[in-house]
Design a protein around this ligand. Structure first.
Ligand code: PLP
Length: 419
């Protein structure tokens, strides 16, 4: 063979257009730094699995080992039927009635997001998300090259007035408009919850403008104050509902689910066949055993109590240490607080200073499809560190912000930048 045909470098010039458009997850990139002992991490949304009783984990794992003829074998693409039944049972108390035959079990909710993109999006199609939104959803959807439109939220969730304006711009009956993706409970990264009135309005708009609602609900059971809000799936059968065991049991098991109308389930099944044939049978059987053979609701209460203590510690520290120019959301559940600094402050360029002081957070730009908005914002997570560490982290972060603000205050006084 002619030596000119050898490629000594990986053939990155051959990659598909979609991969050139993908941006790495800021959080994944921060993981390495987060492992350092001297760093307090507010960056990741990791559940604290040390709170799980070993006896419950052992019992669930044992059940999966004992069924090795099933758990170590290939399974159906929709997943283990008994596990789907268990998920249908546990969503009953949040108001959803659904049949296990219309469930697809996925490799975490993350695979569900990819399958939604694969099933519904052609290049140039429109999907709408909150802005900011979960960066894993942006990564999943952007592989299918859609046009992602964002709508801001306030303390009551996605702004329906701004959504209506956006829908009017997109146009009624626009065949390019496919779905609206929302995290109505304790949004990631915003921490805000969509009110029942807005949920109802969103369902109305989905019929008026003909789009599907994709309701992603990983945090719904982690509510620390206020009353439960009915999922949109409970209001309307056409909603696609995504669930996961990651935040109420084990993120490492990689089990999530899609609940949707039968026709949609059939199409998503086709998409999934090409992805992985079937999800992990072992994980699915272990998950079903956890939710049927162990006191999981008691364990959930333990999660809720612990995260609530951490949330209160973070909110108290923010009140105590953060300067008046900075605002933040007040989550009633979930893992995250969204912080907004004055517009002239850049949280990405500030990150090395924060690292130097031993604290990391996730800069805001990764949560927007254009990677440009949210420059002055950051997501801080309270789920993983102890209350003492959270207080210390916020104190350090406040110092970093103060240093920057001091610099900018001088510029503002000199008239060099606008307030
Ligand atoms: C809003 C949202 N959706 C989906 C996921 C993915 O969850 P899973 O671990 O089930 O893949 C996450 C994970 O953090 C999330 O925050």
């Amino acid at each position: 063979m002619n030596s000119a045909h050898y490629r000594f470098e990986p053939a990155t010039d051959k990659v598909a257009r979609r991969i050139t458009k993908m941006r790495p997850s800021a959080v994944r990139n921060l993981f390495a730094a987060a492992q350092r002992d001297d760093i307090i991490s507010l960056a990741g949304g990791m559940p604290d699995v040390s709170l799980l009783p070993k006896s419950a984990v052992r019992k669930a794992a044992k059940a999966a080992v004992e069924k090795q003829a099933v758990t170590l074998q290939y399974g159906g693409t929709n997943g283990v039927f008994e596990t789907a039944q268990v998920f249908c049972d546990i969503v009953r108390d949040i108001g959803i009635r659904h049949k296990p035959e219309n469930v697809i079990i996925t490799t975490g909710a993350q695979e569900a997001l990819d399958l939604i993109g694969k099933t519904f999006l052609d290049p140039g199609d429109i999907c709408i998300t909150e802005g900011p939104t979960y960066l894993g959803a942006l990564q999943a959807f952007s592989a299918y090259e859609p046009d992602i439109h964002t709508v801001p939220f306030d303390a009551e969730g996605m702004r329906m007035d701004l959504l209506e304006e956006e829908l009017q711009r997109i146009g009624k009956g626009n065949p390019r408009l496919k779905f609206l993706y929302t995290i109505p409970n304790f949004q990631n990264p915003g921490g805000v919850t969509m009110t029942p009135e807005r949920r109802k309005r969103l369902v109305e708009l989905s019929h008026e403008y003909d789009f599907i609602i994709v309701e992603d609900d990983p945090y719904g059971r982690l509510r620390y104050e206020g009353g439960h809000c009915l999922p949109m799936r409970a209001l309307d059968d056409s909603v696609i509902y995504l669930g996961t065991i990651s935040k109420m049991f084990a993120a490492g098991l990689r089990v999530g689910w899609i609940m949707a109308p039968p026709g949609v389930i059939g199409k998503i099944n086709l998409a999934k066949q090409g992805t992985d044939l079937c999800g992990s049978m072992f994980d699915q059987v272990m998950a079903a055993a956890y939710f049927t053979e162990t006191p999981w609701q008691k364990t959930l209460q333990r999660f809720v109590k612990t995260y609530d203590t951490r949330r209160r510690a973070m909110l108290a520290a923010l009140d105590e240490y953060f300067p008046p120019e900075v605002t933040w959301t007040h989550p009633e559940g979930g893992f995250f607080v969204w912080v907004t600094c004055p517009p002239y402050l850049n949280t990405e360029s500030m990150l090395p200073e924060a690292l130097e002081r031993g604290v990391i957070y996730t800069p805001g730009t990764g949560f927007f499809p254009d990677g440009k908005q949210g420059k002055n914002c950051m997501r801080i997570a309270f789920c993983y560190e102890s209350p003492e560490n959270l207080q210390e982290a916020i104190r350090r972060l406040a110092e970093v912000i103060e240093d920057r603000l001091e610099l900018y205050r001088a510029f503002i006084e000199a008239g060099a930048i606008k307030e």
